[in-house]
Design a protein around this ligand. Sequence first.
Ligand SMILES: *[C@@H]1O[C@H](CO)[C@@H](O)[C@H](O)[C@H]1NC(C)=O
Ligand SMILES: *[C@@H]1O[C@H](CO)[C@@H](O)[C@H](O)[C@H]1NC(C)=O
Ligand SMILES: *[C@@H]1O[C@H](CO)[C@@H](O)[C@H](O)[C@H]1NC(C)=O
Ligand SMILES: *[C@@H]1O[C@H](CO)[C@@H](O)[C@H](O)[C@H]1NC(C)=O
Ligand SMILES: *[C@@H]1O[C@H](CO)[C@@H](O)[C@H](O)[C@H]1NC(C)=O
Ligand SMILES: *[C@@H]1O[C@H](CO)[C@@H](O)[C@H](O)[C@H]1NC(C)=O
Length: 595
Amino acid sequence: MSLVFLFTLVLVRSASALVPPIHKIVESVASPSDWIHVGSAPADHVIPLRIALPQANFAALEEHLYAVSNPAHERYGAHLSKAEVEALVAPHPDSVSAVDTWLSEHGIPDGACTRSPAGDWVSVSVPVAVAERMLDTTFNVYKHAVHGDEIVRTTRYSLPAHLHEHVELVQPTTLFSRVNNRRKDVRSAAHARAYDARSEGTINVTRSDGSTVAIDASCNTTVTVPCLRQLLNIGDYRANGTNGNQVAMTGYLEEYANYEDLQTFYKDQLPEAVNSSFTYTLVNGGINDQDSSVNTDENPCMQTMLGLAFPAPATYYSTGGRAPISGSYTDNIAPYDAWLDFVLAQDTLPQTISTAYASSEQSIPESYAKRVCAGFAQLGARGTSLLVMSGNVGVGDANSDPETQSCWTNNGNHTKRFLPSFPASCPFVTTVGGTRYVPEVAADFSGGGFSEYWSRPSYQDGVVSEFLTTQLRDTYADLYNPNGRAFPDVSIQGINYRVVEYGQFGHNGGGQQATAAFAGLVSLLNDARIESGKAPLGFLNPFLYSTGAAAFNDITSGNAPGCGTQGFNATEGWDPITGLGTPDFAKLKELALAL
Ligand SMILES: *[C@@H]1O[C@H](CO)[C@@H](O)[C@H](O)[C@H]1NC(C)=O
Ligand SMILES: *[C@@H]1O[C@H](CO)[C@@H](O)[C@H](O)[C@H]1NC(C)=O
Ligand SMILES: *[C@@H]1O[C@H](CO)[C@@H](O)[C@H](O)[C@H]1NC(C)=O
Ligand SMILES: *[C@@H]1O[C@H](CO)[C@@H](O)[C@H](O)[C@H]1NC(C)=O
Ligand SMILES: *[C@@H]1O[C@H](CO)[C@@H](O)[C@H](O)[C@H]1NC(C)=O
Ligand SMILES: *[C@@H]1O[C@H](CO)[C@@H](O)[C@H](O)[C@H]1NC(C)=O
C-alpha cells in the first residue's frame, strides 16, 4: 500500500526532476559466469534495500572491546551498556541528514524506512525504477546456469559523489552467489549408527600436560553428556539456573529446535533435566516449527548445548529471511544483520550464544561481512561470549560439496586458493573447530585457515606466527593469506554425538555439534563467574590466548584435507585445525575465577 503511494510520488517528482547530481561508482563487478542475463528487471519489482551508514566511532568501540576483554587491562570485565555501545556505533549526524535528504529527494518518506537501534542501518523497500534512479544503474534479471533460480542484480552501482563518505554499502546490488550451505552433510544423523550401549571399559588418555585421565571407552563411538563431562573434565559442576546466567543458540535458514526431542534426549542422558525446556524468540519473521519433518541440524545441537548448560534458561532465536546480499530464496546466506538488529536492541543479552553457520568468506561481500563482524564486536563489548563454527570442509569451500569443491577465487583472477569461511574469520568471535575419537585427534572436516578480509589480531600474534615460522614454513605459500586472522581459536569433540531427531536416536557430527558443545562449556564458565559475583567473560579470545591457554589440551595429530591438498596438520602448539586445543573445564574455571 505504502509502496504504491511511494511509487506515485516518485513519478510526480521525476517529471520535474532537477539536474541530477554527479554519481560516482561505488562498486562494480565482472559479469558472473554462472549467471545468465535474462533481461531487464520489471520496473515495479520491489527490492528491499539495506543501506549502511558508516559507524563513526567503530575504532573507539574496538578499543573498549579489547580493554574490557583483556585480562591484563584494568578495565577487564567492565562491559559497556546498550546505550554506550549505540553511541559508539551511531553514524555521524551529517551522514544521517545526507542520507535522509537523498531518500526524500527520491520521494521516500521517513515512515517508509526502518532503522537499526544505533541508526547505522536504514532499510527501505523500493520499486526497481526508484532504485535505478537512486543508484544510477540498471537492474537485470539473471538466471543461474545450473539451478535455474533467478535474481535481480546489477553489475555496478553509483551514488552521488557527496554521499560516498556517508554510505558504506547498499545491498542487494552487485553480489552474485549461489550458496548451497545447509551444512547437512555426510556426518548427519541420517547416517546414524546403532547405539552400542555396552560398557567397554575405559581408555586411559594422556593429556598434553602429562596427566592421565580415564574416559569411558564407549565415548570413542558414542558421545553423550556424561562423555562430554569426562572429556572436558567438568566433574560434578552444575549451573545454578536462577542467577541470571542465560544461554542461546541462533537458528537461521528454516532450522528449528524441537521440544519433544529435547525431552527424549534428557530422559536418555540427563534425567534430572526432564520437564525443563527452552524458549523460542522469533526474529525477522522467523517461526517456531515443531512439526517439520525435515531434519535440521540446530535441533540436535540444542540438545548437546543444553546437556551441559542445564539448568540455565535457554533461548532459541528463530530468525527468518536471508541476508540482504542474497537475492533469491535459494541463496542460503543467514541474515546475521537482521538478528543483530534485533538482539542489539535488547537491554539484557544472554551471556553465551552459539552460531553454527558458515559460508565461504569470498561469497560474502567484504562490506557486508565487516558490518556483521562489527555487530559481533558490539555483543562482545556488552559482555556476551559468541561461539562460531569453523566450518565442515577443512581448508575448502564452505559453499560446495566436499567432493566437488574446486577452491577458485571469485575476484576475477580465477586462482586456486584455500577458502576461509565466514563468520569464522571475524576476529571478534571465538571460532570452534572439531576433534574426533578418544584419545582425541583433529577431525578431518574441521574448518580452518586465514582470513582474506581481516588481518591478524594481536591477541593471536604470538602463537600464529610460531605456527607459520616453525611448522608450516613455505608450504601452501600461494594458497592462503599469512597475515590474515587465523582460525579456529579452540576445538572440541565433533563427531558421534548421540542425539534425537524427530523421535529417533541417531548420531550427529560436524562443526555445528562442536560449536554447541563449546557454548555449553562456556555457559558453565559464565555461570561460575556470575556465582562468584563477577562479570561474565564476554569476548573470550584475549583471555583464551593469554592466561587461558594453559587450560587447553594440545591436539597434535590429524589433518583436514581440502582443495585437492591434505590441508593443515594439527601440530604442537596452535594450529589452523584445532586452534589452542580442547578445553579442560576445571582448569579454565580456576583461571576464569582468578580474573
Ligand atoms: C588405565 O589405568 C588404570 C589405572 O592406572 C589401569 O588399572 C588400567 O589397566 C588402565 N587401562 C588400560 C586400558 O590401559
Ligand atoms: C577410537 O576409535 C578410532 C576410530 O575407530 C580407533 O582408530 C581408535 O583405535 C579407537 N581408540 C581406542 C583407544 O580404542
Ligand atoms: C543461585 O543463585 C541465586 C541468585 O544469585 C542464589 O540466591 C542461590 O543461592 C543460588 N543457588 C545455588 C544452589 O547456589
Ligand atoms: C516431569 O513431569 C511429570 C508429569 O508432571 C512428572 O511425573 C515427573 O516426575 C517430572 N520429572 C521431573 C524430572 O521433574
Ligand atoms: C590478481 O592477481 C594479481 C597478481 O597475483 C594481484 O596483484 C591482484 O591483486 C589480484 N587481484 C585480486 C582482485 O585479488
Ligand atoms: C603434515 O604431516 C605429514 C606427515 O608428517 C607431512 O608429510 C606433511 O608435509 C604435513 N603437512 C603440512 C602442511 O605441514
